[in-house]
Design a protein around this ligand. Structure first.
Ligand code: FAD
Length: 458
């Protein structure tokens, strides 16, 4: 069987193919709330709005189909991680509260999935971040120390040594691993499609095949008609740069995955990975992986990080060089997989703000809200974002609406070619830093990585 490349993602192939699209918007309409984008952000917002106010009329406008974006293409880590610079939010108590809320999203996602009958191959498990050289190990120690300094509960993290790490998953050259507890593995397309069906059951109308072309207070213009709405939510994350006037808000950062054929039981015996843990390495150009419900390995990494002028991939098709890179990483970490066929490769975009810190915002004056910039941690974060947006739109004050990411402002990305040069330079330096750290005798993080971070404000 030839490897498939694109077709949005393996996750849809796993569900029997791409879904038949819902009908587009048919002329003009008026609603209470119009949400742009049927990914996790838009759908969670619609969900919590309907739970709070069942009588609200809500339209979700989606250019392709629900789950077409990152929500239907990601690595399926529902991790509740806090992946941004804590200092940049400048509110220590607020960050501690936000981190606690984020951890709780994992159980909240599971709760709603169960309540709504969404079967998304969800499995509670742990995340193992492997260190494969001393420099990576020293970073794991620092991450643990930082978490302690920010009052993350002690039971959330544990460091395990090389022997214990390799007993869990036989990663070549493992020197230790950080265990993150309280995470879950999901099949993301099943989750996003199930959520779309759940909001529809509550009376939300999803207009698929309908592209938004302009947004103004009170009015969303599409290629199929206009929607008048007092409140509007922009939930287009990695696609935001394609909207008029929003070119420099969020940089579309590419991430790509490959999936292997199903592994035999004998091979799983050799590898371990019994608890279907989420798996990552701790390189600067890191990779992430899951053992799927169908007993395949899905592994992702950065690929070509950014396309000039915020250009996007075509329906998830990725470059041959990216596939070769991911195959090499898989074989390096798990040489046992060398004989395996890759069945599918694909990519997608996630949204990166200039300061690499996620944000939720709602301006009651214009009635326009937005959320995004999760920097690759959207599966759990979108739940908190959607819940918070719903509360902000309804003008309710809760323990979420005062968190420091609410109305957190960041400056715009530079115009091209500076944006392209900065991001490509950053990842080139990361790769060089990774190669240096892999040399014998290196025990500390390469200075090139710090330089890379400075280049783009990471
Ligand atoms: C390859 C990859 C792997 C990832 N892995 C993980 C992971 O393992 N764990 C994790 O937590 N996060 C991961 N992420 C990040 C996570 O998937 C995203 O942050 C999250 O899904 C964003 O959800 P969203 O709803 O904000 O955006 P999206 O899911 O991208 O949805 C945006 C929607 O807006 C629509 N849209 C765009 N423009 C328009 C328009 N003009 N008019 C109408 N509709 C429009 C799009 O078609 C799309 O459906 C990954 C991302 C990628 C790309």
């Amino acid at each position: 069987m030839a490897m498939r490349n694109g077709d949005v993602s393996f996750w849809f192939a796993d569900m029997g193919g791409l879904p038949a699209p819902r009908p587009p918007l048919d002329g003009d309409r008026q609603v209470d709330v119009c949400i742009i984008g049927a990914g996790f952000t838009g759908l969670w917002t619609a969900y919590y709005l309907k739970v709070a106010e069942p009588a609200l009329s809500i339209a979700v406008v989606e250019k392709d189909f629900a789950g077409f974006g990152a929500s239907g293409r990601n690595g399926g880590w529902c991790s509740g991680e806090f992946g941004w610079s804590r200092e940049r939010y400048r509110d220590r108590a607020g960050v501690i509260a936000m981190e606690s809320q984020l951890r709780a999203t994992v159980e909240e996602v599971i709760r709603v999935a169960e309540a709504e009958g969404i079967a998304a191959d969800i499995r509670r498990t742990e995340l193992l971040t492997f260190a494969c050289n001393p420099a990576q190990l020293s970073r794991l120690h620092s991450a643990l120390a930082e978490a302690r300094a920010w009052q993350v509960p002690r039971e959330r993290f544990a460091l395990i040594d090389a022997g214990a790490a390799r007993a869990r998953i036989r990663i070549a050259g493992a020197e230790g691993a950080l265990v993150t507890r309280g995470v879950a593995r999901v099949q993301p397309a099943k989750l996003v499609r199930g959520l779309a069906a759940a909001v529809e059951r509550r009376g939300v109308v999803i207009h698929e095949q309908t592209a938004v072309t302009a947004i103004a207070p009170g009015c969303v213009t599409t290629d199929r008609g206009r929607i008048t709405a007092g409140r509007i939510v922009i939930a287009t994350e990695g696609f935001t740069a394609r909207l008029p006037g929003r070119r420099r808000d969020l940089l579309p950062l590419n991430s790509a995955l490959v999936v292997t054929e199903p592994l035999s039981n004998a091979l799983w015996e050799e590898i371990g990975w019994r608890q279907h843990e989420l798996l990552a390495d701790n390189a600067h150009a890191y990779c992430y992986a899951q053992r799927t419900a169908g007993n395949r390995i899905a592994m992702g990494g950065r690929g070509v990080p950014y396309r000039f002028g915020s250009a996007l991939d075509h329906r998830g098709k990725t470059q041959a060089a990216t596939i070769a890179d991911l195959r090499a990483i898989l074989h390096r970490l798990l040489p046992q997989t060398k004989g395996l066929r890759l069945d599918h490769a694909w990519c997608g975009v996630l949204g990166v703000p200039r300061d690499w810190c996620a944000a939720v915002a709602f301006d009651p004056q214009s009635g326009i809200g937005r959320a995004g910039g999760y920097v690759g941690l959207g599966v759990s974060t979108t739940n908190l974002a959607g819940r918070t947006l719903a509360e902000l739109l309804l003008d309710r004050r809760t323990e979420r609406t005062g968190l420091p990411w609410v109305d957190h402002d960041t400056r715009l990305w530079e115009p091209e070619p500076l944006r392209w040069l900065g991001v490509m330079g950053m990842y080139r330096l990361y790769r060089r830093a990774d190669r240096r750290e892999a040399r014998a005798g290196i025990t500390r993080t390469s200075r090139l990585a710090a330089l890379a971070d400075r280049l783009t404000g990471h």
